[in-house]
Design a protein around this ligand. Structure first.
Ligand code: C5P
Length: 236
């Protein structure tokens, strides 16, 4: 009985994990998806995989029962973003994203199209690869943390469902924007594992405790010998 309850708990936690399929071959991506089928986790398709396989693969993942985050980080004039989203909404995509720095009008029109299709859209605030000096070089005189909050506020006003942000910012954003705002956070590493090139890392449990809604996890699962086991091991 105890064991079954623990299993149920892990399944519920897996539903908060979005596995980033950062591979450049549709065959590798499908093999990973089949390995992870039935665990409850989401899949994230980024630019690399989208460039080789487009939406066809997304539909195949959907047929395997996955929820899909299509991470294309759109950033263009409002009409182009709106028209692109109209196309993407016809595929089996559940969550999409765009750069908040595209502005209020772009985000508001995106939210309208995505919500009409019953899907969700989140905003990328400041890329975690950028520090204060990088922001100044593109004309932004704010610390990364302050700029994350500025852009998240604008995203919320424009009707977006939430933001992508570092798990280290979850507590701050949860406090500032309340319980309904989606916080999708990369930079997750199981306790005691390698950080790869992520500089600031947080464990899965810490991220959830800090208020993350979904955890984006890539290499700790996709590069594991047994990805399915690695997914369950996130909660050890
Ligand atoms: O392998 P790893 O767990 O580091 O993968 C993290 C995923 O999250 C990658 O797809 C990466 O592009 C994405 N991501 C990130 N940091 C951000 C935004 C997205 O690591 N700020």
């Amino acid at each position: 009985m105890m064991e079954r309850d623990e299993r149920k708990m892990t399944d519920a936690q897996n539903e908060k994990v979005i596995v980033a399929l950062d591979v450049d071959s549709p065959e590798d991506a499908l093999a990973l998806a089949r390995n992870l089928q039935g665990t409850g986790c989401w899949l994230k398709v980024g630019l690399e995989l989208y460039a080789v396989s487009g939406l066809k693969l997304v539909d195949e993942f959907k047929e395997l029962g996955f929820s899909i985050f299509l991470d294309l980080k759109l950033h263009d004039i409002p009409t182009t973003v709106e028209r692109t989203l109209r196309v993407l909404m016809k595929a089996g995509v559940d969550l999409v994203d765009l750069h908040c720095s595209g502005g209020y009008e772009m985000m508001a029109r995106a939210a309208e199209v995505v919500h009409a299709a019953g899907k969700k859209v989140i905003g990328v605030t400041v890329l975690t690869s950028m520090d204060e000096e990088d922001l100044q070089a593109v004309g932004v005189n704010a610390t990364p943390a302050a700029q994350v909050v500025n852009l998240a506020r604008l995203a919320k006003k424009a009707g977006l469902d939430g933001v992508v942000a570092s798990a280290q910012e979850s507590a701050l954003l949860r406090q500032a924007f309340g319980p309904g705002f989606l916080l999708v956070t990369p930079g997750i590493r199981p306790a005691g594992s390698t950080a790869n090139d992520q500089v600031r890392v947080v464990t899965p449990r810490e991220a959830l405790a800090a208020g993350s809604s979904y955890l984006v996890v890539g290499r700790p699962v996709t590069r594991a010998e047994d990805p399915r086991q690695a997914l369950f091991d996130l909660w050890k």
